[in-house]
Design a protein around this ligand. Structure first.
Ligand SMILES: NC(=O)c1ccc[n+]([C@@H]2O[C@H](COP(=O)([O-])OP(=O)(O)OC[C@H]3O[C@@H](n4cnc5c(N)ncnc54)[C@H](O)[C@@H]3O)[C@@H](O)[C@H]2O)c1
Length: 379
């Protein structure tokens, strides 16, 4: 396979994580060709130039549209605020590029569907930034559920708690605007949890959502004025999966003390699994039926027996981190380009998750259960 040139757009939190992953991928996974860090793009050209040098990119630009259609670019990687994903993805797809995009794919499911269809028609490979699903212990959980080790599944309880907006002093940003962030906690955090739930247990059929905003105004740094926050801080959701089991979720960006609390508990007739992303190298498993007085949850530590752990470390219990998950995500995309087989977390999946977000918002507005399929935009 020939190495593909990368055009990476956005140099914030995710831009850096993607740059690290793109640089490391062929070291961890020698079976893929190292991508070429060609052009780093940011609307702030000074920052793009400075970081292009620091991160090992050949050049810098502030013109994302030109980079999307640049003949030398093979993969466009989108790490910008949510409202920019649609135009950037559509421009890259129109120019025949493979596209790697941070979540959420778009601000609503109609736009996500448009992007998804354009990618399918162009025959390009796509990948979403649902990194938590790339974790070795999540792969294990999925295998255990599929193999029946939990028996008949009874329920799913999920939460994703962070506190990055818990303080009222956190300034107003694009994340507070419907036109730039879309939904609030649901877009930032809920998308990961919804993807995780479906990754483990299959499609969600019905939702009942409730949304709440705790801080209704925040100070806008440029003007110093208070501005209205247009989306939710907290979302609560009742769920029904197509396979007939029920579940619930709570998602919050104002959960004081929690930093990356993507958690779930899945209970079944033969056992249960408990996971917390803040302790991503551990999963707790309870096996029912031990009558010896020694029953209890046991902790399984991530190790080389769990794919793709050994690509990073030969010793169990030493632990991977979020940037390693990004490396796995990048390997998945490069492998998909090479083999023509889509990744699990592609744009179809990004659309699917956006459909769920829209359904939860609509259900909360109508204060009633909603069939996801009733949105009329079949995934
Ligand atoms: N997968 C994850 O775990 C995860 C975590 C955080 C953020 N995200 C997603 O990543 C995306 C970016 O979030 P972030 O936290 O990195 O944001 P950020 O604010 O840290 O960075 C955004 C970057 O985009 C640049 N930018 C803005 N407008 C631009 C334009 N027109 N052209 C070029 N560059 C432009 C900004 O200058 C900045 O460098 C969001 O969609 C967010 O939802 C995903």
């Amino acid at each position: 396979m020939t190495s593909l040139n990368i055009g990476l757009i956005g140099t914030g939190f995710m831009g850096k994580a993607h740059a690290i992953a793109l640089r490391s991928v062929a070291t961890a996974f020698p079976e893929v060709s190292a991508p070429v860090l060609d052009c780093l793009v940011d609307s702030d050209i000074d920052k793009a130039g400075r970081l292009a040098k620091a991160w090992g990119f050949a050049r810098a630009s502030d013109d994302w549209l030109a980079v999307c259609s640049d003949e030398s670019i093979g993969i466009v990687d989108i790490c910008t605020p949510n409202h920019l994903h649609k135009d950037m993805a559509l421009a890259a797809i129109a120019a025949g590029k493979h596209v790697y995009c941070e979540k959420p794919l778009a601000l609503n499911s109609a736009d996500a569907k448009l992007i998804c269809q354009a990618a399918a028609e162009a025959g390009v490979q796509t990948s979403m930034g649902f990194n938590y699903a790339c974790s070795p212990l999540i792969t294990l959980a999925r295998e255990m559920i599929a193999a029946g080790e939990l028996g008949e599944i009874f329920s799913f309880r999920g939460s994703y708690f962070e506190d990055y907006m818990a303080s009222p002093e956190v300034p107003f940003s694009w994340r507070c605007l419907r036109s730039q962030g879309g939904a609030g906690a649901l877009a930032d955090l809920g998308t990961h949890l919804l993807n995780m739930a479906e990754y483990l247990l299959g499609p969600i059929a019905d939702v009942f959502g409730a949304l709440d905003t705790r801080h209704h105004q925040r100070r806008d740094p440029p003007s110093g004025e208070m501005r209205d926050v247009e989306n939710e801080d907290i979302a609560q959701v009742l769920l029904c999966f197509e396979r007939g089991i029920s579940g619930s979720m709570e998602i919050s960006r104002v959960a004081t003390g929690r930093k990356c609390g993507l958690c779930f508990e899945i209970s079944g007739s033969k056992g249960s699994l408990v996971f917390d992303q803040e302790r991503m190298n551990e999963i707790r498993f309870y096996a029912a039926g031990d009558a010896t007085g020694r029953q209890g949850f046991r902790t399984i530590l991530a190790g080389p027996q769990h794919p793709d752990y050994s690509a990073f470390c030969p010793a169990p219990g030493h632990g991977l981190g979020i940037n390693d998950l990004k490396v796995i995500e990048v390997r998945n995309l490069l492998r998909a380009i090479e083999t023509g087989t889509p990744v699990d977390e592609d744009f179809a999946n990004g659309y699917r998750v956006q459909l769920l977000v829209d359904a939860i918002e609509k259900s909360a507005e109508q204060q009633q259960w909603l069939k996801v399929s009733s949105l009329g935009l079949d995934a």
